[in-house]
Design a protein around this ligand. Sequence first.
Ligand code: PLP
Length: 497
Amino acid sequence: MIYTSTRDNTVRVSASEAIAKGISADGGLFVPMTIPTLNLVDIERIARLDYIGRAKEILKLYLTDFTDDEISMCVQGAYREGKFSSPKIAPLYKLNDDAHVLELWRGPTCAFKDMALQLLPYLLTVSAGKTRKDTKIVILVATSGDTGKAALEGFKDVPNTEILVFYPVDGVSPMQKLQMTTQEGENVGVCAIEGNFDDAQSGVKAIFTNREIEQKFAENHMAFSSANSINWGRLAPQIVYYVSAYCDLVKSGSVKLGDPMNVVVPTGNFGNILAAFYAKQMGVPIKKLVCASNANNVLTDFLETGTYNKNRPFYCTTSPSMDILISSNLERLLFLLSGQDAQSTKKWMEQLSATGTYTVSDKVFSAIQELFSAGFCDDEDTKRTIRKIFDEYHYLCDTHTAVALNVYAAYKTKTGDKTPTVIASTANPYKFSKSVLRALKSHIRSADEFDMVEELHEVSGAPVPPQLANLKGKEPRFTKVSAKEDMAKVVFEMLGL
Ligand SMILES: *Cc1c(COP(=O)(O)O)cnc(C)c1O
């Protein structure tokens, strides 16, 4: 399997080079040049395996320069017993005959990012061993909350790596902040920046593609890589759970082998839903990909009109991990749907950074309309949805998942589509206790984060993940706040350069 760049399709790299580099030197993202396929016989066979077995089967189709032993070692390390709170790793919870919630937050940091970020350090270490021996890998992360903690946890004390996370100072929930600022490990750093997620992400991208910094790093036997979903090593593990969810629907008799399912994804950077798109292209019977956004509905507008326009107000919502106006992974979709047209993709991305807007070709837009449906909901509707789902099914969901459930309900009303549907559930509700509790109660006893966790537990009966409960009383290690212009300086400081 050869990978190329979305902005220069003469680029040719192996899977391990794509993962070790993170982003192409031309600023584009790495994508496999062909998409491997699964037929129904393959799916039937994979359905008989457990999650680890399924992951091995899918990943080896993409990581063709990894040996079977390397893939086994990586996958077994990532998903070994005890790391996830369900032996199924990504279990489906059946809400009703049509709706199945795919719980992607059973990992160590209680958000779906663990699904990929528990695996990425293994993939990256193997990749670096193949492509750049004796180099220390420096992972830079921009986070809207969940990626940061999941990456810190995944890379903590991994030999030959350093990890540094930037988060928007007012853009994450108190629990998310505490999870990051109390992070343990010798090779970790965390810094708040005065700005929003897009500022953090742009800053990290600028550091990545700065030739001078690259030079300085090379002199010190260091190289950057990315743990954001611009790294292919984040995307590939996410394809697995959509294949796995289909397998589980078939096994439980909810779907007949070969019949379709729909997928609804609460979306920010377009990574998670892109993985579902890949699963569909591989041959998993997926009918519609439903993209759910919060008040930052730039993707809803784009998928409905073909014009992307980030020139609009930025809202801090109760689903902060989706407070994003520049969805990086959309670039990969445009590249694929334009028939691997790097020139057009590059042009659109340049227009985006110059003017904040671009309009795709008719060809790309009609492909989008065929594949996707889109919707959004505001904080009030998010709240109402949490309440409604709890009242109807006694199921407690977080704010991001509620956005998806709300958009799904609207999709169903609009289309009458009764296809069995998988709704990606991306965070444990206790990561956003205040917003979730407010949805269930008009009066809250105390504004203290851990009192709210306790009260939410009393009201809902849902179990509190011990890794969140244990943060109570823990002293933050990282309290630095930096101007967004100073991110490179912070990186040098941390690395002692
Ligand atoms: C990251 C995140 C999202 C958005 O996922 P993308 O892959 O960026 O679209 C949604 N919900 C939660 C809880 C997240 O952490």
